[in-house]
Design a protein around this ligand. Structure first.
Ligand code: C5P
Length: 300
């Protein structure tokens, strides 16, 4: 069923921008322009920002609550709206308010997802009827993770983040910890000690042999060396289940897969772990999404 947004008293409509976790992330090479070739499973989860949008008749794009130290002009939501406006010669504008919940610099794709939600929602609100592929191509100009959120399904992701193969992932709950550091993505990718030659595991994964290969995050050793707080969170979480970093960090997570026999088992285990969290650490429980809530806002 198509997503129907709630509307507030000022006429803003609310659209979710879900987070992602990288179940693993391998660097398989580097392009001539410095961008890295990846192989990763991107998993949508139900933790989300909310993007409030209201169509304007005067063509302006106005951000009503820009983040401190980020000029509205460089905010990804504003850039997404302007990019779409320019591409389609759209006369309408939009008011934007962002309800931020996802950690910034956390490796959960929050900023990219916010931008993807603006593109998807305006495709509907401005009656543009652009195809998913057209929106993904536009989105890649804003950031390497944006096309995934427009693709809208859990996926094996390759290239720099633009080549997607939908993949079935098990229903699961996650304990996500947020170390109190903001990781600069370019510094992690640019580190001389980063390994950039992990062999492709695509065939093994698509043949369902994920249990026979080692799935890691190649960015983790670099991030952990720069930010010991990430190592502390991984160490604490590893007492309960294998723990890994997502994206370029800083967030780390452990996965609890739902067991068909025991309803709520994965949620109960995740809740039990988070209830032991030391008071100096921050974290939450989240569950898998099988698809983006706004999936049908673009046509295939
Ligand atoms: O595209 P995005 O803004 O998400 O990427 C931030 C930075 O991360 C890039 O400027 C680049 O340094 C690095 N990056 C990379 N290879 C990727 C994605 C990001 O080197 N596939």
């Amino acid at each position: 069923m198509s997503f129907t947004p709630i509307t507030d008293a000022q006429g803003f409509a609310a659209f979710p921008a879900p987070a992602k976790l990288n179940l693993f992330l391998h660097i398989t090479g580097r392009r001539a322009d410095g961008y890295h070739l990846l192989e990763s499973i991107f998993q949508l989860i139900d933790a989300h920002d909310t993007i409030w949008l209201r169509v304007r008749q005067d063509g302006q794009v106005i951000h009503h609550n820009p983040i401190e130290n980020v000029p509205a002009e460089s905010d990804l939501t504003v850039r997404a709206a302007r990019l779409l406006q320019g591409h389609t010669q759209q006369q309408l504008g939009v008011d934007i308010r962002v309800e931020k919940r996802l950690p910034m610099g956390g490796g959960m794709g929050g900023g990219s997802s916010d931008a993807a939600t603006v593109l998807l929602a305006l495709n509907r609100l401005w009656s543009l009827n652009l195809s998913r592929q057209a929106l993904m191509t536009l989105g890649l100009q804003l950031g390497a993770d944006v096309p995934f959120f427009i693709f809208g399904r859990n996926a094996l992701v390759e290239g720099i983040g633009e080549i997607m193969t939908p993949i079935e992932t098990p229903a699961a709950h996650f304990v996500v910890l947020h170390p109190p550091v903001h990781v600069p993505t370019p510094a992690i990718f640019g580190d001389p000690e980063l390994t950039r030659d992990t062999p492709s595991l695509k065939v093994a994964l698509l043949e369902g042999r994920a249990d026979q290969v080692e799935l890691k995050n190649d960015l983790e050793p670099v991030a952990v060396r720069k930010f010991p707080q990430i190592a502390e969170c991984i160490q604490w979480l590893s007492q309960y289940a294998p723990a890994k970093m997502t994206g370029s960090g800083s967030c780390v997570f452990a996965q609890f897969i739902a067991d068909g026999a025991e309803k709520n088992a994965s949620q109960n285990r995740a809740n039990a772990v988070i209830s032991c969290l030391p008071k100096e650490m921050t974290g939450f429980v989240s569950s898998t999404l099988s698809q983006h809530q706004l999936l049908d806002f673009a046509s295939d």
